[in-house]
Design a protein around this ligand. Structure first.
Ligand SMILES: *[C@@H]1O[C@H](CO)[C@@H](O)[C@H](O)[C@H]1NC(C)=O
Ligand SMILES: *[C@@H]1O[C@H](CO)[C@@H](O)[C@H](O)[C@H]1NC(C)=O
Ligand SMILES: *[C@@H]1O[C@H](CO)[C@@H](O)[C@H](O)[C@H]1NC(C)=O
Ligand SMILES: *[C@@H]1O[C@H](CO)[C@@H](O)[C@H](O)[C@H]1NC(C)=O
Ligand SMILES: *[C@H]1O[C@@H](CO)[C@H](O)[C@@H](O)[C@@H]1NC(C)=O
Length: 584
């Protein structure tokens, strides 16, 4: 039930629970990546046309989707599998849907690759990852559910025909399951195997997400032949009070450049990243650290903390992410699931679809070594159409102007802001030190005028700002340094009256040194019901799902605003209408 605990006010919480139990008394549990509504999971879509359907984000023609699975590049083709309900638009009946692409933008949807059928996955085929074996043979590891109590095992699947360029058919050999939990493991919290990597000793290694008491853990397994797996004595890493670790992702990053590295890369000048999706609060957290290959343990750097005070891949709606190494362009790419937040399951049934994948992002280590950088893959730029550009425009306090000449409901906009001094930055209240950035954004929204900021974009806005989702910066002076808050605030995103509508003031801090460079950049991908934003070149990313009533299609507007007393200069602004890729 932790899902409901995030309602911003107690009053909202009561209403939420109230509606919930009236409308749907048969919610049986909150599990894995979803609520379960038994009577709805096979209600098929009434229709799929919907004003909030996205234009250029990945989604199938209809129905529910969640976690991205086993992304990979194989013989000229990118593959994306994902958790999918073929029968309806709430979670249920999960299979591995399969789509292929030459450019990660235009997609062909194929038949499901894996679906429950055998003893070892009869009750579910859940998330997993792909590994390309050295003989250029892909193999998928995934979690099978073996009984109605959600007991989990790990299985493998292989392509039926390696000459089929799309690898349409997958076989689940009869020597499955490969891994069953031993007595020390809670078999209902044992899932989401990673891509395997090979150590110097020639053994393959994977981690599997789990928990003991409330300690989240990445259980380590080793194998010589990919078939017989043995659990290592210690997890690769674990951390108390973090709850179950879903969808772990473990990969090396280069200290030298932005190139990606294969999971098995063993060289100098690398750090490692461990990402976990924390079931308790539904965000994707990561640490940066050192992989001690002798002890087979991962040790986060001292300034990189596990759990909900740590770094997030995205400070908004982004979960169950998974990365892969793309040998074609020598980069690492991360996919993440962005769920709906427009209310009750009834709304999803009316829409006929639920869930999208965020735009794939190239990911690499910041030169500071302290955090990752993420940036939309360059292929996205092929969808850019009409462009408008402007330079050197000043915005004084309270000023706002409209970005006209592009489609504001489906756009890519990049702005770089500068200012001449930090003197007007507001004081950072020491009481906020223990709050999440999101709570500070709730206190200091875009309508509360400030010193240096708030300034940024008002996206998916109605003409008179009855509705809008501001994405903005606000600079504070703290005791020792400046703190840069980046917000993507959905509080005023829709006029729709729906108590279950989730309208969080998502926010994160941006680790930049403004003393030397008095500049901040912002890029937002706006797509009907998504605002996916990248602050300071991808240091802080925030994705919001919003459901405007007025600011739709041609009635959506896009503004740049400044509500701080320090004058802001827009050094450059480039914005494009975005085309719709082929997805069928
Ligand atoms: C495997 O795929 C290739 C290429 O599509 C096809 O020509 C061949 O007939 C397939 N083999 C089988 C056994 O289906
Ligand atoms: C195993 O995990 C489930 C789900 O989190 C929990 O309800 C149960 O109490 C756990 N069992 C043990 C023995 O810890
Ligand atoms: C990190 O902290 C540990 C324990 O406090 C200490 O032994 C170690 O030297 C520190 N490492 C670095 C790189 O500061
Ligand atoms: C700026 O502040 C004013 C005054 O509170 C408010 O009316 C306006 O909506 C704010 N602008 C934005 C984009 O939030
Ligand atoms: C997405 O939906 C919102 C609103 O219902 C929930 O609060 C989130 O927990 C949920 N996110 C995930 C990853 O399930």
């Amino acid at each position: 039930m932790e899902l409901f605990m995030k309602s911003s006010s107690l009053w909202g919480l009561e209403i939420y629970l109230f509606c919930f139990f009236i409308v749907l008394s048969n919610i049986i549990k909150v599990f894995a990546s979803h609520n379960i509504f038994l009577d709805l999971q096979s209600s098929s879509a009434i229709s799929v046309k919907n004003v909030h359907r996205t234009g250029f984000h990945f989604q199938p023609p209809k129905n529910w989707i969640n976690d991205p699975n086993a992304p990979m590049y194989y013989n000229g083709v990118y593959h994306l599998f994902y958790q999918y309900n073929p029968k309806g638009s709430v979670w249920g009946n999960i299979v591995w849907a399969h789509s292929v692409s030459k450019d990660l933008i235009n997609w062909i949807h194929l038949e499901p690759a894996i679906y429950p059928s055998k003893k070892f996955d009869k009750y579910g085929a859940w998330s997993g990852s792909a590994t390309i074996l050295p003989n250029n043979k892909p193999v998928i590891l995934y979690t099978g559910v073996v009984d109605s109590h959600d007991s989990q095992v790990q299985n493998y699947a292989i392509p039926a025909n390696l000459s089929d360029p799309f690898l349409r058919k997958w076989i689940k050999p009869n020597n499955n399951p490969l891994i069953v939990p031993d007595n020390s493991i809670n078999k209902t919290e044992f899932r989401d195997p990673t891509t395997a990597w090979m150590g110097q000793d020639g053994l393959w290694r994977i981690v599997i997400g789990s928990m003991r008491k409330h300690r989240g853990m990445a259980l380590l397994y080793r194998s010589r032949d990919f078939i017989k797996w043995a659990k290592a004595q210690h997890p690769l890493h674990s951390s108390p009070h973090t709850g179950n670790w879903e969808c772990p992702d473990f990969f090396p990053v280069s200290l030298k450049n932005t190139n990606g590295l294969d999971a098995s890369y063993r060289g100098k000048n690398v750090k490692h990243v461990l990402k976990n999706s924390l079931d308790v609060n539904r965000f994707d957290y990561y640490t940066i650290g050192m992989y001690d290959t002798k002890k087979d343990r991962y040790i986060p750097d001292n300034n990189s903390i596990d759990g909900s005070k740590g770094l997030r891949l995205d400070y908004g709606n982004f979960y169950a992410s998974k990365s892969f190494y793309d040998p074609m362009k020598n980069r690492r790419i991360v996919w993440g699931w962005t769920n709906e937040s427009d209310g009750l399951p009834d709304d999803e049934i009316k829409k006929g679809w639920a869930g999208i994948q965020a735009i794939p992002r190239k990911v690499w280590l910041d030169p500071s070594g302290k955090q990752l950088i993420q940036w939309p893959i360059e292929e996205l730029e092929t969808l850019r159409k009409q462009k408008i550009q402007l330079n050197n425009k000043k915005l004084s306090k309270g000023e706002m102007f409209e970005v006209e000449g592009i489609s504001a409901s489906q756009a890519d906009i990049e702005v770089s802001f500068s200012f001449s001094s930090l003197n007007k930055a507001e004081q950072f209240d020491p009481k906020w030190a223990d709050l999440y950035a999101q709570d500070v954004c709730a206190i200091k929204g875009s309508t509360i005028q400030g010193g240096l900021g708030p300034f940024g974009l008002a996206t998916l806005a109605s003409k008179n700002l009855e509705e809008y989702t501001p994405v903005f910066f606000r600079v504070f002076k703290a005791q020792k340094n400046y703190k840069v808050l980046m917000c993507s605030n959905a509080r005023r995103s829709t006029m729709r009256q729906n108590e279950a509508m989730y309208k969080p003031s998502f926010a994160g801090y941006v680790d930049v040194d403004l003393v030397d460079m008095k500049k901040l950049s912002l890029r937002s991908l706006i797509d009907n019901s998504v605002v996916e934003s990248f602050g300071a070149g991808g240091k802080t990313c925030i994705t919001s799902r919003v459901y405007p009533m007025l600011a739709i299609h041609n009635n959506a507007h896009l503004f740049v605003f400044n509500n701080g007393s320090e004058t802001i200069t827009i050094e450059t602004l480039n914005a494009w209408s975005m085309d719709v890729p082929k997805m069928h």
